[in-house]
Structure formats: structure tokens, C-alpha cells
Design a binder for this molecule. Sequence first.
Ligand SMILES: NC(=O)c1ccc[n+]([C@@H]2O[C@H](COP(=O)([O-])OP(=O)(O)OC[C@H]3O[C@@H](n4cnc5c(N)ncnc54)[C@H](OP(=O)(O)O)[C@@H]3O)[C@@H](O)[C@H]2O)c1
Length: 322
Amino acid sequence: MSFNWCFIGTGKIAHRVAKQIITIDGHRIVSVYNRTKEKALTFAKIYNSRVYDTALEAINDPAVDGVYIATTNETHFPFIKLCLENHKPTLCEKPLTGNAKQLQYLLELSVEKKTFLCEGMWTWFNPISHRVKEWIKQHKIGNILDVKCCFCVPIFGRKNNARLVEIDKYGGALLDLGVYCVRYVYELFGIPKSILSEGKLYRGVDFVNKAKFFYDNFTATITSSFNHFYGDYCLIKGEEGTIKVPLFHRANKAILKNKNGRTVYRNTTPKFVYQFLQVANDIKSGKKESLISLKSSLEVLQLMDEIRKQVGVVYQCDLDSP
Ligand SMILES: NC(=O)c1ccc[n+]([C@@H]2O[C@H](COP(=O)([O-])OP(=O)(O)OC[C@H]3O[C@@H](n4cnc5c(N)ncnc54)[C@H](OP(=O)(O)O)[C@@H]3O)[C@@H](O)[C@H]2O)c1
């Protein structure tokens, strides 16, 4: 199947994704828009794409089958809105918007315009995550006792980290890293009964974020941080065993230990490939949603809104009406 992508944004993730997309048979990046045109030109030279001066022109290139938005968080809402208003099926990087209120607006617009929209939550296009979910459903480790999900990466000293640390860019550990933890726990166990969060803020942005999700018989602890290296893993303890997923958001393996011994499930296929293949298939077959439903993205954003409320992170979108 052939599929022609339009890229909005040509930053770090756009380049990482593009390298994998062009390995998929029939997939091409035909049109590109970036705020700084020189960077779009450099990108287009590598991927043999056409550069446009505006996002509107890029998405309206007649060859485009779907749009991929890879710009900073605070720009997702206006770019998604532009795509939906122009009936362009869209995959947008995580988190889809700054808060649930913005996504509620876009969800209704997507229904009104009968146009596909999906969050680029690549972790849940990865077969490893689905295997972990199956193991839990099949009671491979019995009743759950405790869950820890950590995604902590020190970013100090990194160049060009404005998108991570500035409040105007909707920066912060929760929206950048914690979104994966919240989604992971939500996918495995659903919406918690209650949440208790604490964070350390600098200039209004959370550098450390810890949230406890309380379920009927256990607690899931979610930690995201730019400050310390606590690790990048999910550990699920049950009455009859454990499941560990190293680097859970981009995992190549999951390890199950129970009375039957140790089982390792591996998958080393480049992970963006799954996401882009699935989304392209869904768009071509006329679906309006993919594996990551808008309802699920909305529920995850509602959980993140609650965490931000408790730790005191306020973005411009919380003050504006959409
Ligand atoms: N799925 C993943 O594994 C993954 C990994 C990293 C990031 N992400 C997500 O991808 C997005 C981009 O992250 P990144 O690491 O690629 O960031 P990046 O390298 O800093 O690139 C940011 C991009 O956004 C554009 N941009 C910034 N402000 C803009 C504005 N006001 N209007 C229009 N365009 C603007 C930049 O354009 P200029 O070139 O003009 O500055 C650039 O194209 C974020 O939402 C992030 O959460 C996902």
C-alpha cells in the first residue's frame, strides 16, 4: 500500500521518525512545513519532499494522504484544528493537547468534520505493551499488589531544551515523560479511584512529578523527572509473580516471572514503523480512529490535568477558552 505523508515540524523527533518511515514499503514524505524554512529545506533534501511556506499549503498538497504533526506541545492545538477544518487525517505527537478542554473541542471537531485524528502514543502500537496487558488479563501474576512506572531523564546541560523547561511551551516532566507512565497505567488498569500528586517546580514547570494512583486493592506510583535518574521501567508485582518492562515506553522486551519460571517476550522491530503502518492502514480503510482512541487520550489528559492541578502547573490553555 502506498501512503504519502505531510510533515508539520522538522525537529528531532521528525527526523527520527522519517528515517523509519522511509523503510516502509510505499510510504513517502511528500510535503513539509516548518516554521524555520531552512530546516525544512534540509529535511526535504534528505527525504525528497516539497517544502511549503505555510502549513495550510503543505497539508493541501494534492498527493497528501495524512498529516504528521511533530511540533512543540503548545502548537499542537492550532495545527490539529487547521488539519481537521481542512478534512486532513492527522497523527499528532504526544500529548495531543495541553489539557482535556482543548482535546474535547478537537474531538467534537473531528466528529463534525468526519476526519481521522490520533495521538502518536507509539508505546501502544508496540506489541510488547499488548503482551503485558494480556499477561495481566490472563492472571499470570495473580492479583496485583503494587505498580511502579518511572520515566526519568536528566536533561540539564542539553542544548535547545526550551520546549522541555518553558511554561509557554507547555514544558515539564509530566507532559514530556509522565504522559507515557500515565498512559501505561491507564491502559493496564483503567481510571484510578483517586490520585495524590506532588512535584518540584522551577519557574512554574514541574521538573519532578510523583503521582500515586489508588485502585481498589493496590497503588500505582508514577514518577517522571528531568532531575534525577530513577530509571525508565515499569514493574508490576502480583501475588503470584512479577512483570518487568525495561524502557517501557520504547520496550524491546518484557519479562514475566511466576511459578512457571521466567518468560521473556522480545520484539526488536523499529517501533515507529508499527505506529505509522497501522495509522496509514486505518486512514486508507476509512476509519476515523486508530488503536489510540480519542476517548482514551481525553481520559489520560483528564488524569494529567488533575496531577497538574495538585502540583500547581498552569498553562495558558488552562486560562483560555479553546
Ligand atoms: N514519540 C516520541 O518518542 C517523542 C520523542 C520526543 C518528542 N516527542 C514530541 O514531539 C514534539 C516535538 O519534539 P522534538 O523533540 O522534536 O522538539 P524539537 O526538536 O525542539 O522540534 C520542535 C519543532 O517544533 C517547531 N516549533 C517550535 N515552536 C513553534 C511555533 N511556535 N510554531 C510552529 N512551529 C514551532 C520547531 O520549529 P523550528 O525549527 O522553527 O524551531 C521544530 O520543528 C513534542 O510534542 C514532543 O512531546 C515525541
